[in-house]
Design a binder for this molecule. Sequence first.
Ligand SMILES: Cc1cc2nc3c(=O)[nH]c(=O)nc-3n(C[C@H](O)[C@H](O)[C@H](O)COP(=O)(O)OP(=O)(O)OC[C@H]3O[C@@H](n4cnc5c(N)ncnc54)[C@H](O)[C@@H]3O)c2cc1C
Length: 370
Amino acid sequence: VVDYDIIIAGGGLSGLYATIKLSSKHRVLLLDPHDYPRHKMCGEFLSAEVAPLLSNIGIDLDQFTAAQINQLQISLATGKSLETTLPLGGHGVSRYNLDHHLYQIASEAALIKRAKVINAFEQDDSHHVHTDIGNFTCRQFIIATGKRSILDKELNREFIKRKSNWMAVKMHYTHDMPWNQVQLHNFEGGYAGLSRTEDGAVNLCYLATYASFKKHGNIESFQRQVLSKNKHLKQFFQSAVPLWEQPITISQISFDAKLQSVGEFICVGDAAGLIHPLCGNGMAMAIHSAHIASDHVDQFLQDKISREQMITNYTAQWRKNFKSRLRTGRLIQYLLMQPRWTKIAYGLLAQFPSLLPLIISRTHGKQILP
Ligand SMILES: Cc1cc2nc3c(=O)[nH]c(=O)nc-3n(C[C@H](O)[C@H](O)[C@H](O)COP(=O)(O)OP(=O)(O)OC[C@H]3O[C@@H](n4cnc5c(N)ncnc54)[C@H](O)[C@@H]3O)c2cc1C
């Protein structure tokens, strides 16, 4: 006899969404070591792909936020810029409020404990989950622990063995910019996103290689000497007023390919694969992958398919939906980091502006119906 049908490690977007979906039919335990609400590293532009999925569980994004975004401005490190209409568009949402809202819905449907999952084992057709508050058993364990976690190390996942040289910084500001626009500004060694969140605060979030940051040693001087070489970011830093004392920072962000399962365990969200943030699509992919996984896990728990079939079907559907987007994201990111290629690409896009929405579409899907 097991304690739960399903245990989910990680209460971010994918873990919370899977908890809500699966708890209507199954006994679910969700484990996360942190409290809600809290700020999280993210550009906070949510693609409209998942708007119907969120609406189905009680979150109407048009009500949730006035930041309804349909315009994109991109600039090169030199300051040259282009503007386009986003094919699908999206919403500006703070992770502080979005995750908290999902948490409130999830906590009415399932048991949520504040705990860090340390390891997990398969034994006699059940899963044993070890945490810092005790051990639990279930029929199916789901890993939704995001980009990088202690669990990846314990489970000996390949991507965790390689060093990654990306770091990210995020901060909210008071600043005047259009509510319907997301901006992507390139600088030497990285790029920065700017967009409004539901309360009007402007979120600045940038990714940079550790090598370029290291030369400057601290955030203040990096922003002044590197980011501000782009005139758009210079103007931003001159007039924007920080809303927090300190920015949030993280390092070791890996964009390497990952597997969608570890042994018998199912991975969702960033734990299954992280798209380059410049695509503005990671949150939607996290929710979408949790949606797909929930269907397959439900079929397994109802004994309609074997565990092996569940893993095979989920992996195939994940790859069909996301594999080529991740590849395109990796290519765009590579080009963006090579000044010569960026210049050529800019020349092409300036001459053929309709190419830009086409490229964006290659990293996004269509709206997903529940
Ligand atoms: C710099 C940057 C900018 C981005 N900008 C955007 C953007 O503008 N738009 C967009 O759509 N996406 C963006 N993304 C991607 C997006 O943030 C992620 O794809 C999304 O948060 C993934 O959700 P998740 O549920 O997989 O993981 P997360 O939301 O990261 O949640 C993982 C959860 O697991 C918990 N956890 C970790 N370890 C354990 C453990 N051992 N036991 C239990 N719990 C654990 C954590 O506490 C956390 O709550 C960006 C990413 C980065 C790095």
